[in-house]
Design a protein around this ligand. Structure first.
Ligand code: HEC
Length: 84
């Protein structure tokens, strides 16, 4: 999945452990740990872009990334807090 994240450009702005331009994916997983609606919402956010949830920076839309890949990436990153 790390390879896919590189291929789709996510890791230009993200890392699993550390904040880069965007939040560490482990922090994202921790924040939405008990939120059953997060999976669906985050897919839309990744596709259409987001701002205001993690600071002053924004995520530009990722509309060129196939929806299937966004789903796989979000499903994976939401599991990361349990792997520490
Ligand atoms: C151009 C830089 C950039 C790229 C490329 C990028 N992100 Fe982001 N991402 C950000 C920033 C900045 C934020 C924080 C936005 C905010 O504060 O709401 C963010 C937030 C997120 C969040 C949390 C959203 C929320 O509402 O809490 C997820 C999940 C995420 N990104 C996943 C991805 C995935 C998956 C990809 C690859 C398909 C990706 N990002 C590509 C910069 C980027």
């Amino acid at each position: 999945m790390v390879e896919l994240a590189w291929k789709r450009g996510c890791f230009n702005c993200h890392d699993v452990e550390q904040k880069v331009r965007g939040p560490a994916w482990r922090d994202v997983a921790v924040r939405y740990r008990d939120d059953e609606t997060a999976f669906g919402r985050l897919i839309v956010t990744v596709r259409d872009g987001g701002r205001g949830n993690w600071g002053n920076d924004f995520m530009s839309p990722n509309r060129r990334v196939p929806e299937e890949d966004i789903k796989r990436l979000v499903a994976w990153l939401l599991t990361l807090e349990s792997e520490r």
